[in-house]
Design a protein around this ligand. Sequence first.
Ligand SMILES: [Mg+2]
Length: 272
Amino acid sequence: MRYFSSPLQKKIVEKIQCSSQLLFLLDYDGTLSPIVSKPQESRLKRSTQTVLKALTKNSRFTLGIITGRSVQQIKRLTGLKKVIIAGNHGLQLWSPKLKERYNRAAGFKYRIKEMKRVLHGLEEKFTGSYLEDKKISLAYHYRLTNPSLYSKIKTEFFERIDPWVKGQKIRVLEIKKGWEVLPPILWDKGKAVKWILTRCPKTTLSFFIGDDVTDEAAFKALASKGVSIRVGRKKSSAAQYFLKNVPEVEKFLFTLADSGKKQFQRGSNHGT
Ligand SMILES: [Mg+2]
């Protein structure tokens, strides 16, 4: 894993200027916006909003957000219109740009309701923990609890949901300081990336930037087909490069938006 330094970014920008169609896929929390203690309190910085909007205005660029959040939350947080949104780890897809949408988990709302009842009371028992209801999935966050309780929380969480996991009635994903409870559908951010790639066949260069364990599937899906960047260095990651933090991602997005304005005339149809 190499640091995505300024000289490296310059090389990529040269590629961008010679590429006719680019696909930028981005995670939200920890990538576009810092991780907040309570997910509902997240706000996207005005400058990040501006750069994302600039990217969507370039006809050579396609922008996509692939996130654990719901499509509705991302629509509200970004205010973007010409964007692909893969929500709930790709289980939901919304895109006026592709003129397509799906909700692979729509038939499992009853199961998620059931799991909400199973996990009821955990928030009160472990002060500071929070159960987020995303309708087709749940996220249980323990970031704000006392670290001395972490192992107790883990034990109780898994004790409660164990029968459903064993019966393959739900799927559990580990996230930063929490777990997601999802329908038992084998679908993840990697599959969402592949799905989007096949629907953008003219893409000559693609990017994915993410920060969490769940983004590893997307890094792998992109593999040799594009540029994968992790926010924060991690030796075991499948990403090719890393950026240090959210402000560095924003800076890179501004570089991308800027580079899009200066396409090389002669190289414009020669791909990468
Ligand atoms: Mg993230």
